[in-house]
Every structure is written in structure tokens, then in C-alpha cells.
Design a protein around this ligand. Structure first.
Ligand SMILES: CC(C)(COP(=O)(O)OP(=O)(O)OC[C@H]1O[C@@H](n2cnc3c(N)ncnc32)[C@H](O)[C@@H]1OP(=O)(O)O)[C@@H](O)C(=O)NCCC(=O)NCCS
Length: 294
């Protein structure tokens, strides 16, 4: 009998229990982010966080861990939360819905514990993460953190990009928005018709450089877009000064818009072949509480 091809072997999502599996989580952090020993979350911390109510779930092909999600219990805005510190899938296993399945399992576990929100941070210049978080999971964001982890860390995602800025996102686990989004993720490319005429506060110019719009004029409207390039990792590698320009421009745009009371509500991938890019949609006058209804 011929053995099944590697990609056909089932991947099982389950809790990580054993210390040896937590050691595998250490190794996976180094593989996925290229982190130094000093920057990884060590197994002793994973043991303690899990024992205190944290959520630690792995994706396994047989005995081999190919992904994990890790979150610890938090207390935010007067309520318990799970703060999801890390989600990683081995590069050879990415784009096969494993990240998505890990997040669904994390959601189930939090809800079982009576916790209704999961928060995490991500770099808003990473379009894969933006689509994953907003388009597939339905998060919302109302906070922007400048240099959250300092100027740089050993993670290769943090190099050549002008700082470790993060959007702080909230996943309202039991909300109608999230339940509907899990049923109907955003799969198509392009802006929905109602947003097509919006003015981007920052847009991708013809040479891939960021182009800023007039702040007062943009923020006089009910909704605004912030564009990002589709492949920031290429810029980090080949044109680091341009990647840093993108950090400056988007830091300005998010900081100003959030201070003016906008909420980051969606991310759309835009299809144009000559300038592949994405756009965040921010809407004025809404808060997370407006989406709590289930
Ligand atoms: C983020 C990560 C966990 C996602 O895991 P995954 O198993 O590849 O995720 P999925 O297959 O469920 O979904 C990936 C989605 O991004 C899309 N995508 C891929 N490249 C993209 C890009 N450049 N821009 C936008 N979307 C992109 C895929 O098409 C897919 O969406 P779809 O299902 O609508 O087609 C994984 O890429 C990873 O480990 N990255 C490195 C570490 C990291 O960034 N962790 C998260 C932040 S802490």
C-alpha cells in the first residue's frame, strides 16, 4: 500500500498538554519568526499561563506540531479577556486554513470559560494578517500602539520596517457580526460599491510610495480608507527605506483617525494588477459597544 501524500494527512487541532509539546512551541516560534532565545515565550511561562486559565492549542500532523495559538487571561475595560499573544503555522503548512481552525478552537475554548472577547495585536502593514483578522474573523480595532515592542526585536517581521507598531484588535466572540463573518468571510477582492468613492487618507502611489491626503478634508467624512501595499515583506527585504516610509505614513493616518473617533471596521484586498494593495475602512462615530449585540 502506498503511504498517503503528506498534504493529504489529516491535521488535528487539540489542546497542548505535555511539557515536550511546549518545547515544540518554543522551536516553532524560532522557526516562524526567526526569534532569538531571549525573545521567545519559554515553556515554563506556557505551563503557568495555561494552568491559570490560558488557552494553548496546537495543530498536529501525527505527533508533529505544525502550528499553535497561545493566549493568556487578561482583564481589559472591566472584563475578562483572553489576550492572544501568538499564532503561528509552519511556512510549509500556511494557506491551508490551519490558522483559521486554530482561531476557531481558541474561540470555542474562551466561550466555554465564559470569556466573550479575545484581543491581540498585529502589524497593520501585513496584508495577510489584515485579511485574516478582519475579513475572515471579523475583529474590530480602536487602538493603535506606536513601537509596541520597542524599535525592533529579533523577529524577522520586525526588521527593516521602522518600528513595531501594532493595531490592538478585539474579537467579540458571541456578537452577531462575528457569527455572520464566520459564516460569510470576505472572499472577493475589491471595495463594496458604497465605499468606492471614499478618499484614502493614505494611498499607494504609482511608484509604491505612500501618498497622503489632506487630513482635515479626509476626516470631515463619515468613513475613510487607509491603503497599504500588498507585499510589505518584499519592501522590507528589497526597499527598507520605503517600508519605513510606509510605517510613518500609516502611523500618522491611524493615529489621527483613531484620535478623531473613527473605528477600524474592515480590510479589503484590492485587485488591480499593476498596484496590488489593500485598504482599511474606518468609520466615524462607532464604538466596539455598538457591535456587542448577539
Ligand atoms: C498568520 C498565519 C498564522 C495564518 O495561518 P494560515 O494557516 O496560513 O491561515 P489561513 O490559511 O487560515 O488564512 C490565510 C489567509 O490569508 C490570505 N493571504 C495569503 N497571503 C496574503 C496576502 N499577501 N495578503 C492578504 N491575504 C493573504 C490567504 O489567501 C488566506 O485567506 P483565504 O482563506 O480567504 O484565501 C500564518 O501565516 C503565520 O504563521 N504567519 C507568520 C506569523 C504571524 O504573522 N502570526 C500572526 C501574528 S502574531
Amino acid at each position: 500500500m502506498t503511504p498517503p501524500k503528506r498534504e493529504e494527512r489529516p491535521i488535528v487541532i487539540r489542546d497542548i498538554e505535555r511539557i515536550s509539546e511546549m518545547r515544540d512551541v518554543e522551536e516553532l516560534q524560532k522557526e516562524v519568526w526567526g526569534m532569538s532565545d531571549r525573545d521567545i515565550v519559554p515553556s515554563t511561562q506556557l505551563v503557568a499561563a495555561k494552568a491559570a486559565g490560558g488557552v494553548l492549542i496546537g495543530a498536529f500532523e501525527g505527533d508533529r506540531m505544525v502550528g499553535f495559538v497561545y493566549g493568556f487571561v487578561g482583564y481589559e475595560r472591566g472584563a475578562l479577556s483572553v489576550h492572544s499573544h501568538m499564532l503561528a503555522v509552519r511556512p510549509a503548512y500556511q494557506n491551508r486554513q490551519l490558522g483559521y481552525r486554530l482561531k476557531l478552537a481558541q474561540r470555542d475554548r474562551a466561550l466555554e470559560q465564559g470569556i466573550a472577547r479575545i484581543t491581540w495585536t498585529f502589524d497593520p502593514l501585513q496584508s495577510l494578517n489584515a485579511h485574516f483578522n478582519f475579513g475572515k474573523l471579523g475583529v474590530l480595532a480602536d487602538e493603535y500602539k506606536v513601537n509596541f515592542y520597542g524599535e525592533e526585536t529579533s523577529s524577522f517581521l520586525h526588521r527593516n520596517i521602522g518600528g513595531t507598531d501594532r493595531l490592538w484588535v478585539t474579537w467579540l466572540l458571541d456578537s452577531r457580526r462575528v457569527k455572520e463573518r464566520l459564516e460569510h468571510p470576505i472572499t472577493e477582492k475589491g471595495l463594496p460599491g458604497e465605499w468606492e468613492a471614499l478618499l484614502p487618507l493614505v494611498r499607494v502611489g504609482s511608484d509604491d510610495a505612500p501618498v497622503r491626503s489632506d487630513l482635515a478634508e479626509s476626516l470631515a467624512r463619515d468613513a475613510v480608507l487607509i491603503e497599504i501595499p500588498a507585499h510589505i515583506r518584499q519592501l522590507q527585504r528589497d526597499r527598507p527605506s520605503l517600508a519605513a516610509e510606509w510605517r510613518q505614513a500609516t502611523r500618522w493616518a491611524f493615529t489621527e483617525a483613531l484620535a478623531a473617533g473613527y473605528l477600524v471596521q474592515e480590510f479589503y484586498r484590492l485587485a488591480e494588477r499593476d498596484r496590488p494593495r489593500g485598504a482599511y475602512l474606518l468609520v466615524a462615530g462607532k464604538t466596539l459597544e455598538d457591535f456587542l449585540e448577539n
